[in-house]
Design a protein around this ligand. Structure first.
Ligand code: SAH
Ligand code: F3S
Length: 480
């Protein structure tokens, strides 16, 4: 889910309002996917009740937490560099500071972290955040503390996350945790555990609370949202063992979407990420039925080659994926579709790569996130296959598809020229303080002169010009 995070958000320090009476200072920094940023809000909320206010200064932090990502080797290297930086600050100016590692690297490396990185006092996996106050008590007594137990039912549904560095307009709401898909390249099933869904009631309550506080858009988050299934709690894989009553009253992802759309008919609803093998057409039909569900599907495919898809354990073919795209477009003609792609998976030949190129040419995605394969310890691909595509070949293939995607994005963006789009204003444009920036339902960024409009307004914007990724226009009035 890395892609829905703005690249310049990586490593952002999160701050929130001070709670009176809290004496200790927490510096919390997040890397990786949207779920990590969302989890950091849960952590800050747990620690706010344990005496911590947040700070942006490493120099006066009592506790430094880094929420980490293991998805590619590069992500882990970035975190290691940050740990070196914390170490320098601790040595030079803040000896009282304690350091904790959260998230996927904590889960993957477990006690190794405490042994290898002498500076780390605390290691906490993604399902153990409620244990933080206890673990900190251990650290206060001078012991290292660790909890990397993965849970069958933890969804943090009962924690109301504080919103860190929020624009006050858009928010993430997590709906599932973990992943059961076992794509052979992916470390997530190992670091985030088995898939479980959150109680729809608590999702609706969080959404209502956000609406009452002025938020206008939520993104329902999960590694594989289409697989959402609530039957009273428990793992997705145990659903067959559920009793009849649980089975007939179970809530699927399309049920949940509908429930959200109906409960707050003016709130924009997005979701991420969809997996082609689990995205069913009833979801697309529900999207078509409700104006407030945004017409955008992030639908990673990873490769266009059937042989590579099979090696990746992606449980669909290229043809099935293309048929799914056709069906989505039949039901929602203006649905934006975006991708994630991996090049240089073990054994990928030039012909396999050309299949990826031709699939991209078929779909012409609105946008996408492309990566070179990074071997992850413990995954099936690492255990069974040799990372045999040379680095320079991987790089060249990546550049080829990045260029191709740019062409496609430009074609897609140009389709909006001279049309009117609905934009939810999120913030001032980075390039000009006289312009607003927001997104269309299709998740395309649009900028336009501020006039009398304000953050949080839904505005109809006439598109006059564009770059490959941004629409440039003029407001013609508030959207009804
Ligand atoms: N289902 C998740 C996917 C998480 S990983 C979601 O919610 O988006 C995000 C993307 O990182 C994947 O879609 C894949 O394209 C890429 N990725 C995962 N493992 C990788 C690896 N070992 N090397 C390179 N890219 C990888
Ligand atoms: Fe990873 Fe595949 Fe799940 S990419 S997060 S194992 S859907």
């Amino acid at each position: 889910m890395e892609k829905i995070i703005d690249e310049n958000k990586q490593g952002e320090t999160l701050v929130l309002e001070e709670k009176e009476g809290n004496k200790r200072k927490l510096f919390i920094e997040s890397y990786g996917c949207a779920m990590n940023f969302s989890d950091s809000e849960i952590v800050a909320s747990i620690l706010a009740t344990a005496g911590f206010n947040t700070t942006q200064n490493l120099e006066d932090a009592d506790l430094v937490l880094v929420n980490t990502c293991s998805i590619r080797d590069k992500a882990e290297q970035t975190v290691r560099k940050r740990l070196e930086k914390y170490n320098a600050v601790k040595r030079d100016s803040n000896p009282k500071m304690k350091v904790g590692v959260l998230g996927c690297m904590a889960e993957r490396l477990k006690t190794k972290f405490l042994e290898e990185e002498k500076i780390v006092d605390l290691v906490v996996g993604p399902d153990a955040y409620k244990d933080l106050p206890n673990l900190l008590a251990e650290v206060d007594e001078g012991r290292d503390a660790i909890n990397v137990i993965l849970s069958k039912d933890e969804t943090y549904g009962d924690i109301s996350p504080v919103r860190l560095n929020s624009n006050g307009v858009t928010a993430f709401v997590s709906i599932t945790r973990g992943c059961d898909n076992m794509c052979t390249f992916c470390v997530v099933p190992f670091t985030r555990g088995r898939e479980r869904s959150r109680d729809p009631q608590s999702i609706i309550e969080e959404m209502n609370d956000l609406w009452n506080r002025g938020f206008k858009e939520i993104t329902l988050l999960g590694q594989n949202v289409d697989s959402y299934l609530w039957y009273g709690g428990g793992l997705k894989k145990d659903f067959d063992k559920a009793i009849e009553f649980q089975k007939v009253t179970a809530v699927s992802f399309s049920n949940l979407l509908e429930l959200c759309a109906k409960t707050q008919p003016k709130m924009r609803i997005r979701f991420s990420t969809s997996n082609p093998q689990d995205l069913t057409l009833d979801v697309v039909e529900t999207m078509a039925k409700y104006h407030n569900i945004c017409n955008h599907i992030h639908l990673p495919v990873q490769s266009g080659s059937n042989r590579i898809l099979m090696e990746m354990n992606r449980l669909h073919t290229r043809e099935e994926y293309m048929a799914l795209i056709d069906n989505i477009r039949k039901i929602i003609p203006d649905c934006a579709i975006s991708q994630d792609m991996i090049v240089g998976f073990p054994t990928e030949t030039e012909a396999d790569f050309q299949d990826t190129v031709s699939l991209m040419n078929y779909v012409k995605y609105n946008f996408g996130y492309m990566f070179t394969y990074s071997e992850r310890p413990g995954t099936m691909a690492e255990r069974k296959m040799k990372d045999d595509v040379p680095e320079e070949v991987k790089k060249r293939r990546l550049q080829d598809i990045v260029d191709l995607q740019r062409e496609h994005s430009e074609i897609r963006t140009k389709e909006y020229l001279n049309t009117v789009v609905e934009v939810l204003i999120e913030k001032e444009s980075k390039k000009s303080d006289t312009q607003w920036s927001g997104r269309t339902p299709q998740n395309i960024v649009a900028v336009f002169p501020k006039e009398h409009y304000k953050v949080g307004d839904f505005v109809n914007v006439k598109v006059m010009d564009c770059t490959s990724a941004t629409l440039i226009g003029e407001a013609i009035g508030l959207a009804p």
